[in-house]
Design a protein around this ligand. Structure first.
Ligand SMILES: NC(=O)c1ccc[n+]([C@@H]2O[C@H](COP(=O)([O-])OP(=O)(O)OC[C@H]3O[C@@H](n4cnc5c(N)ncnc54)[C@H](OP(=O)(O)O)[C@@H]3O)[C@@H](O)[C@H]2O)c1
Length: 331
């Protein structure tokens, strides 16, 4: 039963979603069309990805062409970091709904525990401390209004999830976080499972080649390659299938039709238990640390603060620091 996961709202979330970060606006329509034709029913988007309007055009075309109906798709979007103030949250989703040409969003997430001043760009000078309880109360109103059929968070550590649960009236349905064989999130997965929060894996292939990601590769990990060879699958399929068997949805991004199809071809086979056990031997490293958010004005004085200790200090930190520009369009 890995084709979909049931959220704490009762809704079913298809377990493989197409990631849309870093797909060029002019390419995203073809990618989504190819994905849906291949069987994907879940699209992960965000205003921060700067292609949300084009995602909306792709959805419109799919509906007009009769490929799928709105209710067949699960669409995620995310609150912009400059719109955390409670009075801005409703406008934020309204603008996402307009971009996407939808009248509801299946899942709306706080994109990260990172906030900037309203109307400014995501650069370190504009960072301000978050007030997650206030933002969450506004997210709860979106859920009650039906504009968002589920609400959740992204990039939340165990501590941030626990702090949120202490004040939430509506338990988040999802925590979308970096998760793949090289950063398995064992502690967070256990916490989320025990609280009825679904863990959704972003960068499930380790985001190969993305600036800002540093550390060991997922797709060239010897254990992943060994298992792929044994099962006659690709390393990407093994990484994704591992995610499903761990109980998480996976959001692989590809703009290439062949890889889009291959990444979905993970349902009619499984990784045997003895091979699943081998993943526990992989040395762990968070690949995306988001260093630029560590600033006096953000309230995060260190990476340990930002991730509440869930980060490996020794892993390539210096290499990452130069990529902060790129990450500005990301949260
Ligand atoms: N909430 C957040 O803060 C957050 C952060 C990061 C990502 N996300 C979401 O998660 C999605 C996925 O994460 P991601 O884009 O960082 O990384 P990813 O899905 O782990 O990796 C994407 C990269 O892998 C390549 N690729 C795809 N399929 C492949 C295959 N079968 N074999 C080899 N290479 C393959 C893609 O290139 P091609 O396009 O050329 O195939 C692309 O360069 C994002 O698009 C976004 O929707 C959310």
């Amino acid at each position: 039963m890995v084709e979909s996961f049931v959220l704490n709202t009762g809704a079913r979330m298809p377990s493989v979603g197409l990631g849309t970060w870093q797909i060029e606006p002019e390419a995203v329509c073809n990618a989504i069309y190819a994905a849906v034709k291949s069987g994907y029913r879940h699209i992960d988007s965000a205003v921060a990805y700067r292609n949300q309007k084009e995602v909306g055009l792709a959805l419109k075309k799919l509906f007009e062409d009769g490929v799928v109906k709105r209710e067949d798709l699960f669409i995620t979007s995310k609150l912009w970091s400059g719109n955390h103030a409670p009075e801005d949250v409703d406008d934020d989703i309204s603008s996402a709904l307009e971009d996407l040409q939808l009248d509801y969003i299946d899942l709306y997430l706080i994109h990260g525990p990172i906030r900037i001043k309203k109307g400014t760009m995501l650069i370190p000078e504009n960072l301000i401390p978050t007030d997650i309880p206030a933002t969450w109360r506004a997210m709860e109103k979106l859920y009650e209004s039906g504009k968002a059929r589920a609400i959740g968070v992204s990039n939340f550590s165990c501590k941030k999830v626990e702090d949120l649960l202490a004040i939430a009236r509506v338990t988040p349905a999802v925590n979308q976080v970096e998760c793949h064989p090289v950063w398995q999130q064992a502690k967070l997965r256990k916490l989320c499972q025990s609280m009825g929060i679904h863990l959704s894996a972003y960068s499930p292939l380790g985001s190969p080649g993305s600036p800002g990601y540093c550390g060991p590769s997922v797709l060239s990990n010897p254990i992943v390659i060994y298992i792929a060879e044994k099962l006659q699958k690709t390393p990407a399929q093994v990484a994704l299938r591992w995610g499903l068997q761990m109980g998480q949805s996976v959001l692989p991004k590809s703009a290439d039709e062949t890889r889009i199809k291959a990444n979905f071809n993970i349902f009619d086979w499984s990784i045997p238990e003895d091979f699943m056990a081998k993943f526990f031997g992989i040395k762990q490293a968070r690949l995306l640390k988001i260093e630029f958010a560590v600033q006096p004005q953000s309230g995060y004085n260190s990476l340990e603060d930002l991730w509440d200790g869930e980060v490996e200090k020794e892993n390539g930190r210096a290499e990452c620091e130069d990529h902060s520009d790129f990450l500005r369009c990301f949260l």
